[in-house]
Write a protein that binds this ligand. Structure first.
Ligand code: NI
Length: 390
C-alpha cells in the first residue's frame, strides 16, 4: 500500500512555499488570475490535460489512470476575502485589503500536492481524476458558474470530494460525516402593507408596525414549536424598517432575515410555517403581507457510502488522527451544488494550533493555520481517491 502521509510530508517544502506565495498574493472571487495561472502551469507540467478560464478563472484538469474506470472529481477553492490582514506573518498579504482569511490558499497548495502524488502513481489508478480549481466560493457563486460552464460534463464524475482546513479544531482532528455537514442559507424578505394615517387617530389607519411586532413575535415559534427538537434550524431577523416620523402611521413595514437548515424537509417546513404565520397574523391585523425567500447556498449533504470510504482512508492513512463522524457546522459552502448532482463527501481537516497562536476563526483578520495540517489534508485526499479508483 502507498504511504500517502509520508509522501505528502516529503512534499511539504513544496506545499508550504506554495501556500505562502499564494498567501502573499491573495485574489478576490473571479479575479484569481495569478493563482489560476500557477495552478494551470503546475498541472500542465505534471502532464495533465488542462482547461483554464472555466467560469472566468476556474481550472479543470484530467489525470487519466493507466486503467479505465470511473471518474472522481476533487475540488479546491481559490479565492480570498476583502479583509485587511493583521497576522503580522512574514508571508502576510501584499495586496492591501485582500486576505486569505479562510484557508483557500492552503486548499490550492493541497490540491497541487495531491496532483503530484496522484500523477506519480497514475499507473495504479483505475479511472480518471478530474481536478476542479474553483473561483469565488465566498458568496459569489463560483461553484454554480463552473457547473454551468460544464465542469460536471464530459466526462461526468461518479463521485466528488472536497475539503476545508478547519480552525475550530486542532491539527490532528478530522471531521468526516455522512449526511448534512454544512447548513443551507436563505435570505427572506417580508413586506407588510397597512393603511397610513395620523398617529393621533389610529382607528382610521391600519398599523403595519403593530402588525410587524406580532409577526416578529410569532416567528419565534417556528423553530421552537414546528421543528423537531433533535433537528436544527435558525430563523433570524436582521433588519426591520418602518416609518419616517413620530406622529405618522406608515403605509408599509419591511423586514429581512436569514434561515439556516440542514435537511431539505426542515427547510420546506420552516418556509411553509413562516408563510402561514406571516399571512395569518397579517390577516388578523387587517394588513397584507408579502413573503419571499431567496436561496443563498444549499446545504452540504454527504453521501453515506462515500463518507465511509473517506473515513476508511483516514483510518489507514492517518491512524493517529482524532476522527469525528458527527461533525456539523451552521456555516455554508457552495460545494453543496456539486454534491446535489454528484454523490460525494466534503470533509474537514483540523488546522488550529493554540500554542502557536494559530487559532483565530475563519474570516478573522488574524486568521492563520498551522501548515502541518496541509500534508494531512493532501494525504487524506490522495488516499480517498485511491480508495475509489485504486
Ligand atoms: Ni472557506
Amino acid at each position: 500500500m502507498i504511504d500517502f502521509y509520508t509522501e505528502a510530508q516529503t512534499l511539504f517544502p513544496f506545499t508550504r512555499d506554495l501556500r505562502r506565495d499564494l498567501h502573499r498574493h491573495p485574489e478576490l472571487g473571479f479575479q484569481e488570475v495569478r493563482t489560476a495561472g500557477i495552478v494551470a502551469r503546475e498541472l500542465s507540467q505534471l502532464g495533465l490535460e488542462v482547461h483554464a478560464g472555466v467560469a472566468k478563472t476556474g481550472v479543470v484538469a484530467l489525470l487519466e489512470g493507466a486503467q479505465p474506470g470511473p471518474v472522481v472529481l476533487i475540488r479546491f477553492d481559490m479565492d480570498a476575502l476583502p479583509i485587511v490582514e493583521e497576522t503580522g506573518a512574514e508571508y502576510a498579504s501584499e495586496n492591501p485589503g485582500v486576505m486569505h482569511a479562510c484557508g483557500h490558499d492552503g486548499h490550492v497548495a493541497t490540491g497541487l500536492t495531491v496532483a503530484r502524488i496522484l500523477a506519480k502513481h497514475r499507473d495504479q489508478l483505475h479511472g480518471t481524476v478530474k481536478f476542479m480549481f474553483q473561483p469565488a466560493e465566498e458568496g459569489e457563486g463560483g461553484a454554480l458558474a463552473m457547473i454551468q460552464a460544464g465542469v460536471l460534463d464530459d466526462p461526468q464524475p461518479q463521485a466528488a470530494l472536497s475539503l476545508h482546513v478547519w480552525n475550530e479544531r486542532p491539527v490532528g482532528w478530522l471531521g468526516v460525516s455522512a449526511g448534512p455537514v454544512m447548513a443551507g442559507a436563505d435570505i427572506f424578505h417580508i413586506r407588510v402593507t397597512g393603511k397610513g394615517g395620523h398617529g393621533a387617530v389610529p382607528h382610521l389607519a391600519v398599523d403595519p408596525i403593530a402588525c410587524s411586532a406580532q409577526i416578529i413575535t410569532a416567528l419565534q415559534t417556528v423553530v421552537s414549536r414546528n421543528v423537531a427538537p433533535l433537528q436544527s434550524a435558525v430563523v433570524s431577523l436582521g433588519k426591520v424598517r418602518a416609518g419616517e416620523a413620530f406622529n405618522v402611521i406608515p403605509q408599509t413595514a419591511e423586514m429581512n432575515g436569514t434561515i439556516r437548515t440542514f435537511e431539505p424537509e426542515v427547510r420546506s417546513r420552516v418556509i411553509e410555517r413562516m408563510e402561514q404565520v406571516i399571512g395569518g397574523v397579517a390577516g388578523a391585523m387587517g394588513c397584507q403581507a408579502e413573503f419571499r425567500v431567496e436561496e443563498m447556498t444549499a446545504a452540504v449533504i454527504n453521501d453515506e457510502k462515500i463518507a465511509q470510504v473517506v473515513a476508511s482512508a483516514a483510518r489507514k492513512t492517518l491512524p493517529d488522527a482524532r476522527l469525528e463522524s458527527g461533525f456539523r457546522t451552521m456555516g455554508s459552502e457552495d460545494m453543496s451544488y456539486v454534491l446535489q448532482k454528484v454523490p460525494g463527501c466534503f470533509f474537514f481537516v483540523g488546522s488550529a494550533n493554540p500554542e502557536k497562536g494559530l487559532s483565530y476563526n475563519h474570516h478573522h483578520p488574524k486568521f492563520d493555520i498551522d501548515e502541518a495540517a496541509l500534508p494531512r489534508a493532501a494525504a487524506l485526499m490522495s488516499a480517498s481517491v485511491f480508495e475509489l479508483l485504486g
